[in-house]
Design a protein around this ligand. Structure first.
Ligand code: NAD
Length: 352
């Protein structure tokens, strides 16, 4: 295995791992470990060039630093990418080599699942390194993060309702969910239990219809759904749904959903503010999964009840974001960044 440093300003360590025998070509980026080791998923994609993979891993690892700082997990930011086609290039030798590569970073980077990486892949990685989280429960891990993400989002919706309307209650609030997959589907269920009127849509309409029929929700068409009048719009399908086209047409008072990278561009945060729409920054409200997995690293290991309690901290994290936005006159995505930077700064001062 050849491990070579890639010097990148502003990153603690970026390394390339290449192993001729297994065909591994991967990059690990450790962005910042001020608050703890850099935890972030491993993704596998057929990147056209190493530069493309590098750009992705740098962006994602930096994002993890901010996400974990706001989530208060005691973790920093890191991420890894394996360059290759997940349909053809996966092998035991490849993931064993990846495990040795992760091990060589000495615990500054801790891995988990991300795009195209499943539990069977991580199980192989775990044979070579102990710096693996998110394995199935029967292997001592915290398992599928989606229910935790969904629970955290519902706590976050309550916190956002509190800010927008002066009450956290979901009772009789109309919530529109786009994307009823692993997270959105569970959110629909939890919101219904809390007395909300839940509207659902999905690219696969039959998926939304089946859920609606089963839980007593309303299924709406995906096309043009943004315009429907509702209290809360929860994007739970894909990124960049808040953009020049959709923002003028939004019929909601609040945007609070689990999808990553909801703002097409940072300036769309200001556009929402100008329309009087309160936006729950995506990486703050969707942190339930990372909070859940972070509990595996505590002495004594993972404890579901304690993890759920910690996820409820999303309420306070969002309250702090909204307070900064209010008192400093900035959009909420900017307030989230400020909160993360202040926590990192406090961490640096404590270490000095
Ligand atoms: P999923 O694949 O289980 O569900 C996504 C749903 O959205 C599917 O039902 C799909 O049909 C629908 N969808 C996809 N593209 C669509 C489109 N263009 N229009 C309408 N519907 C569309 O995914 P998930 O795990 O529920 O994650 C949803 C989002 O939340 C993703 O952006 C993911 O990155 C983010 N997220 C997930 C977690 C987690 O724990 N799973 C954590 C943080 C963030």
């Amino acid at each position: 295995m050849d491990i070579t440093e890639i010097p990148v300003e502003g990153y603690e360590r970026v390394v390339r791992g290449q192993d001729a025998e297994s065909g591994l070509h991967a990059i690990i980026a450790v962005h910042d470990t001020t608050l703890g080791p850099g935890l972030g998923g491993m993704r596998m994609l057929p990147y056209a060039t190493e530069d493309e993979a590098l750009t992705d891993v740098l962006r994602l690892s930096r994002g993890m630093t901010f996400k974990s700082a706001v989530a208060d997990t005691g973790l920093g930011g890191g991420k890894s990418v394996v360059i290759g086609d997940p349909a053809t290039a996966k092998s035991e030798a490849l993931f064993r080599a990846m495990g040795r590569f992760i091990d060589a970073v000495g615990g500054k980077y801790i891995t988990a699942q991300d795009m195209n990486i499943g539990n069977p892949d991580l199980e192989v990685v775990a044979q070579e390194t102990r710096w693996v989280t998110g394995l199935d429960r029967d292997q001592g891990g915290s398992g599928n993060p989606s229910p935790s993400t969904a629970y955290g989002c519902v706590i976050g919706i309550e916190a956002t309702l509190q800010e927008a309307f002066g009450s956290p209650s979901c009772q009789d609030r109309t919530v529109l969910i786009q994307g009823v997959g692993a997270v959105g589907g569970r959110m629909a269920e939890l919101l219904k239990e809390r007395g909300a009127r839940v509207l659902v849509c999905d690219l696969y309409e039959e998926r939304a219809r089946e859920l609606a029929d089963r839980l007593g929700l309303e299924c709406v068409a995906d096309a043009g759904h943004e315009e429907l009048a509702c209290d809360v719009y929860a994007p739970c399908a894909r990124g960049a749904t808040l953009n020049d086209d959709t923002i003028p047409r939004l019929g909601c008072r609040v945007v609070a959903g689990c999808a990553n990278n909801q703002l097409a561009e940072p300036h769309h945060g200001q556009a929402l503010r100008e329309r009087g729409i309160l936006y729950a920054p995506d990486y703050v409200i969707n942190a339930g999964g990372i909070i859940n997995v972070s509990r595996e690293l505590l002495p004594g290991g993972y404890d579901e009840a304690a993890a759920m309690e910690k996820i409820e901290g999303i309420r306070d994290n969002l309250a702090q974001v909204y307070e900064i936005a209010r008192t400093e006159g900035v959009p909420t995505h900017e307030a989230a960044r400020l909160l993360a930077e202040r926590r990192l700064e406090a961490g640096r001062s404590a270490q000095a």
